[in-house]
Design a protein around this ligand. Structure first.
Ligand code: DQA
Length: 147
């Protein structure tokens, strides 16, 4: 099984960026912990990681992933709240996407309460900081195994 972990804009700044909201770990550290987690949990899955600040690149990656991966864990970051293009790309593919947020977007500013992506995703996990990725991986893995 292959799963893509796809991260959107400004998540390359994790660790430096608003640590009181997003924590002090870098994205590399969070990714490394996710690999450790899947090894400890004996999940038979290969993870690939990609981060970009560009909306179109996220759309490209989602489209390409359809041919390569069984599922996607996606943190669209600010594009969650603005991007019809990313929402459409998720709808256009045949593999499940789990939307992830470090923060609880529903308890923050009003504009963050809306996700254009969520209508087209399998599930959303928000508010568990870096552990949101681990919970998303467990959920998606179990879902794919039982499909
Ligand atoms: C985020 C929440 C978004 O509202 C924000 O724009 C981000 C990060 C999160 O992981 O909590 O960049 O997706």
């Amino acid at each position: 099984m292959k799963i893509l972990i796809l991260n959107g804009p400004n998540l390359n700044m994790l660790g430096l960026r608003e640590p009181e909201i997003y924590g002090t770990d870098s994205l590399d550290k969070i990714n490394a912990e996710l690999i450790e987690f899947k090894n400890k949990q004996n999940l038979d899955v290969e993870l690939d990681f990609f981060q970009t600040n560009h909306e179109g690149e996220i759309v490209d990656k989602i489209q390409q992933a359809n041919e390569i991966y069984e599922g996607i864990i996606l943190n669209p970051a600010a594009y969650t709240h603005t991007s019809i293009a990313i929402a459409d790309a998720i709808k256009a593919i045949n593999i499940p996407v789990v939307e992830v947020h470090l923060s609880n977007i529903h308890s923050r500013e009003d504009f963050r309460n809306v996700s254009f992506c969520a209508k087209n995703t399998l599930a959303q996990i928000a508010g568990f900081s870096k552990n949101s990725y681990k919970l998303a991986l467990l959920g998606l893995y179990e879902y794919l195994k039982n499909e």
